[in-house]
Design a protein around this ligand. Structure first.
Ligand SMILES: [Zn+2]
Length: 186
């Protein structure tokens, strides 16, 4: 595991004793305050982190330099399997935090990120899994034209993404996501 961090918010570096082979330190974990930028080689992580309520930016395609610059500008932790990004000066120095994702299997990737960054693995319907926008409650009648008739009849509560207008409800799809994420918190 290789990780670099720079705790700009707290103005101090704090080691948890689990520092990686290149001598980085783990960021101080604060549930739901960490923000991410997810590299294309671990793209599936974005949707799953959003399902945990985390702000996870994913841009495809993106140049390495742009990815690092956005992370630096917006205080995002980089998640990547690209060693070239991890060798960049601002990452090596700890100015831009980054986690080297080890597995090519998304379940293992997610488990690693949750474990090593001490994320809160509770599933939350607060962020759009598709675009990273924030969800807000949607009156049932407003949701009606946007959801299948059966869903309208059987669901009481709906949410809508403020950015892409995608509608969400706690149906079987969410239940599957919930079940998948539950494994992480056990
Ligand atoms: Zn959206």
């Amino acid at each position: 595991m290789i990780i670099y961090c720079h705790s700009t918010q707290h103005g101090r570096m704090e080691s948890t004793g689990r520092a990686g082979t290149l001598g980085g330190n783990l960021p101080t974990p604060t549930p739901n305050s960490m923000k991410f930028i997810v590299d294309n080689n671990v793209g599936r992580l974005a949707g799953w982190l959003r399902a945990l309520g985390y702000d996870a930016l994913f841009i495809n395609p993106i140049e390495d330099q742009d990815l690092v610059q956005i992370a630096q500008r917006e205080g995002r932790t980089i998640l990547t399997r690209d060693r070239g990004i991890l060798r960049r000066r601002v990452v090596r120095s700890g100015e831009v935090p980054a986690l080297a994702v080890e597995s090519d299997d998304w379940r293992r990737q997610l488990a690693q990120v949750v474990r090593e960054l001490a994320l809160d693995a509770t599933p939350r319907l607060t962020r759009c899994m598709s675009c990273n926008g924030l969800l807000r409650a949607c009156p049932r009648d407003d949701a009606r034209p946007h959801v299948p008739p059966y869903v309208y009849q059987t669901q009481r509560e709906f949410l809508v993404c403020e950015d892409c207008n995608r509608h969400y409800w706690r149906g079987t799809h969410w239940q599957r996501i919930h079940d998948e994420l539950l494994v992480l918190s056990q």
